[in-house]
Ligand binder design. Structure first.
Ligand SMILES: [Mg+2]
Length: 277
């Protein structure tokens, strides 16, 4: 078959177009990769270093679980008149599972928080336990008190979470006790807390975020309303609510940013503006 001059020219043109397309695609991919590495997590470094390297964090953690054990032991045993079995409610992330390695990965790889990488982390089931958490929950379990894990990890992360919790030694991780977020429209833990308190006498709640304790905190979204809500509920801390330290992330940080999407630079400005001299 003979190839005409026109066909040759068309072939060359097609090759050139294809080449241009590939070059543009490569440039686009490089640009996307560059954008992906733009997250500046420098401000996070001190928080993650403290969480991972300080004896103080470890000590605070032991202190929290020691207090929890004292409260459980002092609790007027099943209240005699009350037929309700006792339970405690714990949050998962940075209350019983330590996610500081994920935060460290974000810093080292200049990555922002992304749902996909978070799900991958959850499903790797690689988190360690928070110091003192396994021993405490095993103790709770040995006393015949139920343990419920309420987390805002999603359904797609549930199996990985259960595997992780069991792998590091947590007791009573079952379909009934591990309550993930199932409502895509709401992250509130209140309905899950209520479903437990309708069947059990909840002795203690433990968390690293005020939203782990009561609805009043979930609806207080600004720095000042969160502080006001904490003041109004002061008597509950150390008696019914026990807070674990987490300077790495949380609703305390969201409160600084306020509503709406913003750029990293805008967030940095909000943080700077929130500092008081
Ligand atoms: Mg948490």
């Amino acid at each position: 078959m003979r190839i005409t001059i026109q066909q040759k020219a068309r072939g060359r043109w097609l090759n050139l177009t294809l080449l241009t397309f590939i070059i543009s695609l490569t440039a686009f991919a490089q640009q996307a990769a560059a954008q992906q590495t733009q997250a500046d997590n420098t401000y996070l470094e001190a928080a993650v270093l403290w969480q991972q390297s300080s004896g103080e964090r470890r000590a605070l953690s032991y202190q929290s679980f020691a207090l929890a054990r004292m409260l459980l032991d002092r609790d007027p045993r099943a209240n005699r008149r009350s037929k309700m079995k006792r339970a405690i409610i714990v949050d998962v992330d940075d209350t019983v599972l330590d996610n500081s390695a994920f935060e460290a990965w974000m810093i080292k790889n200049n990555r922002p928080y992304e749902a996909q990488s978070w799900t991958e982390w959850c499903n790797r089931a690689a988190a360690t336990s928070v110091p003192g958490a396994v021993e405490f929950l095993r103790y709770v379990n040995s006393r015949g008190v139920r343990v419920f894990y309420i987390t805002n990890r999603k359904l797609v992360e549930k199996d990985g979470t259960a595997t992780n919790l069991k792998k590091v030694g947590f007791p009573e991780v079952t379909e009934e006790t591990l309550l993930v977020r199932t409502d895509p429209k709401s992250s509130s833990k209140e309905p899950r807390r209520l479903s437990i308190s309708s069947r059990y006498r909840v002795v203690l709640l433990m968390g690293d975020d005020l939203n782990d304790f009561a609805e009043v905190f979930e609806t207080s979204k600004t720095v000042s309303t969160r502080i006001d809500a904490t003041e109004r509920n002061r008597a509950q801390f150390g008696t019914r609510f026990i807070v674990l330290p987490n300077p790495m992330y949380g609703h305390w940080e969201d409160a600084i940013y306020g509503e709406g999407k913003m750029t990293a630079a805008e967030k940095a400005e909000k943080r700077r503006n929130a500092l008081r001299e």
